[in-house]
Ligand binder design. Structure first.
Ligand SMILES: [Ca+2]
Length: 311
């Protein structure tokens, strides 16, 4: 068992979960909790430029479960803090100029949902399911940025923890999981690894176009234990759109100053587009009020980790 001592930024409601409350101490108006995390083990796949598997290794991750109503679980994966180079190098194929300049970002640890929020999870919190492609384990779609934000607010009220959309830098850091290649699978992807429209990248063969969302967790995870960070649905981030990284934050916080705050960042590619637009560095936006069957969201939970220890 792994334990983390975490300083949480809490909402006005006290933490309800027994596991948390019995460990709660007051510290400068915040709450310090010791939380026990569960451990999972999984395989991480690496491919070459042709999309052929060249390496398979076992990784572990820690997580906690948030129990939503009706027996629906929400798994939150621990993402260790660290520093990474955000954006794409100028030689990366099919990159866009707004993936520049590459810049170093240092992030505190956080938790991120293992999957995009599913229709089951959305229903449990919001009481409705707006998705075009119906399936309890499929990602929720046809949600605006405001709907996604409302989900986070309701979940925060219910649990006493602070849930938000990821910042754009949190998304890219979590997506890369230590890789610097175009994808967390390596130099390319195939339709056995990601749900996209089959249009190839690198020397990979043309793949299958499924024309719909797939159950979350269908494809292999990255080294942090996150699924569907490439493809399936585009995912809303907290940030306002900026068409370059000039003067972007370097601490992992969302960039919400300047720009048009009606525009919000989308990340990770989706079932509808080509593999090049599923790259880790790929970024685009839509208007916050818009909805579509190509985008959903995932969430993060932030708290300062004071220490981690095992028993
Ligand atoms: Ca995705």
């Amino acid at each position: 068992m792994v334990y983390l001592k975490i300083e949480w930024y809490c909402t006005s409601k006290s933490l309800k979960n027994d596991e948390f409350s019995k460990n709660t101490l007051l510290s400068n108006g915040r709450k310090v909790v010791v939380m026990s995390l569960k451990k999972i083990s999984f395989e991480v796949i690496k491919v070459n430029l042709q999309g052929q598997e060249i390496n398979r290794r076992r990784h572990e991750a820690e997580f906690f479960i948030e129990n939503l109503s009706g027996g629906v679980a929400l798994e939150m994966i621990y993402i260790p803090g660290g520093s990474f180079l955000m954006g794409s190098p100028e030689y990366e194929v099919q990159r866009y100029c707004f993936e520049s300049p590459q810049h170093q970002v240092a992030l505190q640890p956080f938790f991120m949902s293992k999957y995009p929020i599913t229709q089951n999870q959305y229903q449990a919190i919001m009481g409705n399911n707006p998705s075009h492609f119906k399936g309890r384990s499929c990602p929720v779609e046809q949600v605006s940025w405001y709907d996604a934000t409302k989900f986070c607010q309701k979940l925060s009220e219910k649990t006493g923890k602070i849930y938000t959309l990821p910042s754009e830098s949190q998304f890219e850091y979590a997506c890369r999981a230590g890789t610097t290649s175009p994808f967390y699978f390596g130099e390319t992807i195939t339709s056995e690894l990601v749900n996209y429209n089959g249009y190839p990248y690198g020397n990979a063969p043309k793949g299958r176009y499924r024309k719909e969302t797939t159950n979350v967790g269908t494809f292999p995870p990255n080294a942090f234990g996150l699924y569907d960070m490439h493809g399936n649905v585009w995912e809303w981030c907290q940030d306002v759109w900026h068409n370059s990284y000039n003067e972007a934050p370097t601490d992992g916080s969302p960039w919400e100053t300047e720009g048009d705050d009606n525009t919000r960042v989308l990340r990770g590619g989706c079932w509808f587009i080509s593999s090049g637009d599923c790259r880790s560095a790929w970024r685009y936006y839509d208007y916050a009020k818009e909805i579509g069957s190509t985008w959903g969201f995932r969430i993060v939970c932030s708290g300062s980790v004071i220490s981690a220890f095992g028993s």
